[in-house]
Design a protein around this ligand. Structure first.
Ligand code: UDP
Ligand code: MG
Length: 315
């Protein structure tokens, strides 16, 4: 089988060569892979990543690459890599050797012999990660799975081997705001999972700051569920019912006991409460609207500056 190895890279000069050596060896030793190619996506790296990839290309024709005009993010890198890939099997893997390449054989086995269309790697543990982070991540999966029709496997990673048919289906979803983890589940097919033990990064730093992760989870929720919109309608109805009941109560009090309701604090509190809910709902609406806005603009997901086939096309 012809295997494409898709690798998004952003400032990975420390590991990219080692990655290539380790993975090539594993692929060459496995007789299931009769032919292979590497598709490196240089996501606007500011270090020597692209240079190293070009050197690899000079030595080895099976190395192909696309270099972006700037940093477009990993999701764009994944899209570009899948689009460029030509193999019957495609494996998506990180450059930092955190995804064990040893299980590629097992993944291919499942697709070839057991009729699966894709095999995802799932982290068994979250060692080397803070407690708060793990907790938030667990909460995120619980939340998104309870409000979305698409069920996302907890602790799933982007490390995945796919059949050509599966890849083509993923590429059919050409949306601008890409939440790949959700897309992999959304397309359906027969999916298997392989568990592996989390390995700490070989070198360099994780590009995921807390901020980025937060944005990423909002992206996931907005991309795969319209529940927040339902929630805002629900809050509206709730406020209406409560205030209506209060109105009747106060009115009765006035009619029966002749009591004029005092209460400056009540007024202020309810005003702020309502104001808060209104802003929250506008915010939720805004999240969806801004995404629709970006989709409608129909901008390309990435801009290539250079590819292995067309070097310096625009120079
Ligand atoms: N990556 C990328 N573009 C980015 C950020 C990351 O292509 O803007 C790549 C990165 O080079 C690596 C993979 O995505 O191969 C995963 O990144 P990282 O190791 O920082 O994430 P983590 O393993 O912590 O989830
Ligand atoms: Mg990593």
């Amino acid at each position: 089988m012809f295997l494409s190895v898709v690798v998004p890279c952003y400032n990975e000069e420390d590991v990219v060569e080692e990655f290539y050596t380790v993975v090539s060896k594993i692929i060459e030793e496995n007789d299931k892979f009769t032919k292979h190619e590497f598709v490196f996506i240089d996501d606007g790296s500011k270090d020597k990543t692209l240079e190293i990839i070009k050197n690899l290309r000079e030595k080895d024709e099976s190395v192909r690459f696309v270099s972006f005009s700037r940093n477009f993010g990993k999701e764009a890198g994944i899209y570009a890599g899948l689009k460029e890939s030509r193999g019957e099997l495609v494996v998506l893997i990180d450059a930092d050797l955190q995804h064990p390449p040893e299980i590629m054989g097992e993944m291919a086995e499942k697709i070839i012999n057991e009729n699966y269309d894709s095999v995802g790697a799932v982290r068994e543990n979250r060692d080397g990660e803070g407690k708060i982070r793990s907790f938030l991540s667990r909460t995120f999966y619980k939340f998104i799975n309870s409000i979305s029709d698409t069920q996302i496997v907890e602790n799933s990673t982007d490390y995945r081997m796919m059949s050509r048919q599966f890849v083509n289906s993923v590429l059919d979803l050409s949306e601008y705001n890409r939440f790949t983890k959700g897309i992999f589940c959304w397309v359906g097919f027969n999916n298997a999972e392989i568990k592996y033990k989390n390995i700490e990064r070989k070198s360099g730093n994780s590009k995921w700051s807390f901020n980025k992760l937060f944005k990423y989870s909002i992206e996931g929720i907005v991309s795969f569920s319209t529940f927040p919109l339902v929630l805002s309608s629900f809050l509206g109805i709730l406020c209406f019912v409560v205030s209506f009941v209060m109105l009747i109560l106060y009115f009765m009090k006035f009619i029966i006991f002749g009591e004029v309701v005092k209460g400056f604090p009540t007024l202020i509190c309810s005003m702020f409460f309502l104001g808060g809910i209104q802003l929250l709902c506008i915010g939720i609406l805004g999240q969806y609207l801004s995404r629709s806005y970006l989709e409608v603009k129909n901008r390309p997901i990435y801009i290539p500056k250079e590819t292995s086939e067309e070097l310096n096309k625009y120079k």
